[in-house]
Write a protein of this length. Structure first.
Length: 255
């Protein structure tokens, strides 16, 4: 005799992802039969193939979103071991280094079927850009780009400036894609976060009332996020993560 949990599993209605996968499989069988028929209309075959590709892409995006929801609670709050010092040697601010970030999130991403890669580029203004790509094993991917000036602080040579800028860009693009937050933020960050752009972003975030609204807002707001200062960015992303957790808890309680 099946126990109660087993009965629930066997009688549960199929999820949306299961329905999309079943529809794609059925369409593939139709496409295969049409391709095997020498009298098939080539234009009809093209339409069927295009429809099948769209359904496969939808299934991959659905898997990505489901996996991302499961991943978010597992991501740690990063410790800030990096230091920014003034000319007098005093610590002005702290930050989570890229090395510490990779060490903290790399194994978790892998366990949930994700990979995170970066590519450098040139921004329209002649500076540098960093593009991050978050891929899921199901086939879907999301990208974010950040344009930056070369970091020539501290008497860096040209090569060091590029390396420093790329490391900085990777840290902040990873935050954009994964909503990472860190502890040990400097006091100036709270004041800087009161800027008009940051305040507008926070106001928009606080209006999001469904989980589906969060990735949509982030895609629409990438240019706005890229224009924020580091302290403002941390404040906005912290608000984003807090709001997302509250909405997730609310939706879970309503089920």
């Amino acid at each position: 005799m099946l126990d109660r949990a087993a009965r629930r599993r066997t009688t549960a209605p199929p999820g949306r992802g299961d329905v999309i996968a079943a529809d794609a499989a059925a369409l593939l069988r139709v496409l295969e039969r049409a391709a095997a028929d020498p009298n098939s209309d080539l234009e009809r075959l093209d339409r069927l193939a295009a429809l099948y590709e769209r359904m496969v892409a939808r299934e991959a995006e659905m898997k990505f979103n489901i996996a991302l929801v499961k991943l978010q609670p597992k991501l740690p709050v990063l410790d800030e071991h990096g230091e920014i010092c003034g000319s007098d040697g005093a610590v002005r601010a702290t930050y989570a280094t890229w090395e510490d970030t990779v060490e903290a999130i790399g194994p978790i991403l892998a366990r949930h079927g994700f990979s995170l890669t970066f590519r450098p580029g040139r921004s329209p203004t002649g500076g540098l850009s960093v593009t991050g790509v978050l891929r899921h094993e199901g086939g879907h991917k999301e990208a974010a780009e950040l344009a930056l000036p070369a970091d020539a602080s501290g008497d860096k040579n040209a090569v060091q400036a590029v390396g420093s800028t790329m490391s900085y860009g990777q840290r902040y693009v990873a935050r954009m894609l994964l909503n990472l937050i860190s502890r040990g933020e400097d006091d100036d960050g709270a004041a800087a976060g009161q800027g008009a752009a940051a305040a507008d972003a926070i106001a928009e975030i606080n209006q999001i009332d469904t989980l589906a609204g969060f990735p949509d807002w982030k895609r629409r707001s990438r240019a706005k996020l890229a224009a924020l200062t580091p302290a403002q960015f941390q404040r906005v992303i912290g608000c984003y993560s807090d709001r997302q957790r509250r909405v997730q808890a609310k939706e879970a309680a309503a089920r």
